[in-house]
Design a protein around this ligand. Structure first.
Ligand SMILES: [Zn+2]
Length: 238
C-alpha cells in the first residue's frame, strides 16, 4: 500500500522554477510550516487547473499530498492572486525584492507567523494602494529588523541617546545613525531629509503609507546597507 498523506497549507508562492517538461517546483511560504517546496504537475498547459495557483504572489489554501518525499499540490482555494502587481513594473519589482528577502531569512519547515503577516500586509499595500515608490520595502525592512531583534534607533542618537540636532551620521560598522558628537571614523554624513523620511516611514502604519508624499526615497540605500550588515545578504536591486 502506498503511504499517502494529505494536508492543507495556507501560503504565498514566493518562487517558482521549471521542473521536468510540464511541471513546476514552487517555494510556498506557509503560515503553518514556513517554507515548503511544492510540485505542480502538468501546470504548463494553458488550461491547467492550477495554472494561477503556481504563480508568484498567489496566496491561497493549498491542498497537498505527500508522496515519495515530494509535496504535490492537488488543489488550491485561492484567496488573492495579487494580479495587480504584474500590471505595474515598479510595484512588481518592489514586491519581488520583498519576496527575495523572505526567501533569504525564512527557514524550511520553521513557522514564522509574524513574518508571514508582515509579507501579506506589504503585498496588499503594494497591490491595492499607491504608497510612494520604495516606501513599502523600507517599511518592511524596518519591521523585520524590529521583529528579529535588530531594531534601529531612529528617533534618538544610537550612541548617546540624545535628540538629533544639526548633522547626522550613518555608522558603517553598526548601521545605526548617530549625532555629530558621537561620530567616529567609519561614519558618513547623511542628509536630515533622508533621516526624517526613514523616521516617518518607521512611525507610519502600512495602511497609511499612501498618505505620504515623497518623490525620492534615498534612505532605501541605508536600509540595504543595514540588511547586508545584519543578515549578510543582498537586497535585490530594482
Ligand atoms: Zn550622540
Amino acid at each position: 500500500m502506498v503511504y499517502k498523506l494529505e494536508e492543507k497549507l495556507k501560503g504565498i508562492i514566493i518562487g517558482s522554477k521549471d521542473y521536468k517538461e510540464k511541471d513546476k517546483i514552487s517555494t510556498l511560504f506557509t503560515i503553518e510550516k514556513g517554507l515548503v517546496n511544492v510540485v505542480f504537475k502538468g501546470v504548463k498547459s494553458p488550461n491547467a487547473k492550477l495554472k494561477v495557483a503556481k504563480e508568484i504572489f498567489c496566496f491561497g489554501e493549498y491542498l497537498i499530498t505527500n508522496k515519495n518525499n515530494y509535496s504535490i499540490v492537488i488543489g488550491c482555494d485561492m484567496i488573492d492572486s495579487f494580479f495587480n502587481l504584474s500590471q505595474d513594473i515598479d510595484k512588481y519589482m518592489e514586491a519581488c525584492a520583498i519576496l527575495c528577502i523572505v526567501k533569504d531569512i525564512c527557514k524550511y519547515g520553521q513557522q514564522d507567523v509574524a513574518l508571514f503577516l508582515e509579507l501579506l500586509t506589504a503585498l496588499k499595500v503594494l497591490a491595492y494602494e499607491n504608497a510612494p515608490k520604495k516606501s513599502v520595502i523600507v517599511k518592511f525592512l524596518i519591521r523585520i529588523f524590529e521583529t528579529m531583534g535588530y531594531k534601529l534607533n531612529l528617533n534618538k542618537c544610537a550612541v548617546c541617546g540624545n535628540d538629533f540636532f544639526g548633522k547626522r551620521y550613518f555608522c558603517l560598522d553598526t548601521g545605526e545613525i548617530c549625532c555629530v558628537g558621537c561620530k567616529e571614523i567609519n561614519t558618513i554624513e547623511i542628509s536630515a531629509e533622508s533621516h526624517t523620511i526613514l523616521r516617518i516611514i518607521s512611525n507610519t502604519d502600512y495602511n497609511k503609507l499612501t498618505s505620504l508624499k515623497f518623490k525620492f526615497i534615498d534612505c532605501f540605500n541605508l536600509m540595504k546597507f543595514n540588511y547586508k550588515l545584519r543578515f549578510n545578504k543582498e537586497v535585490q536591486n530594482f
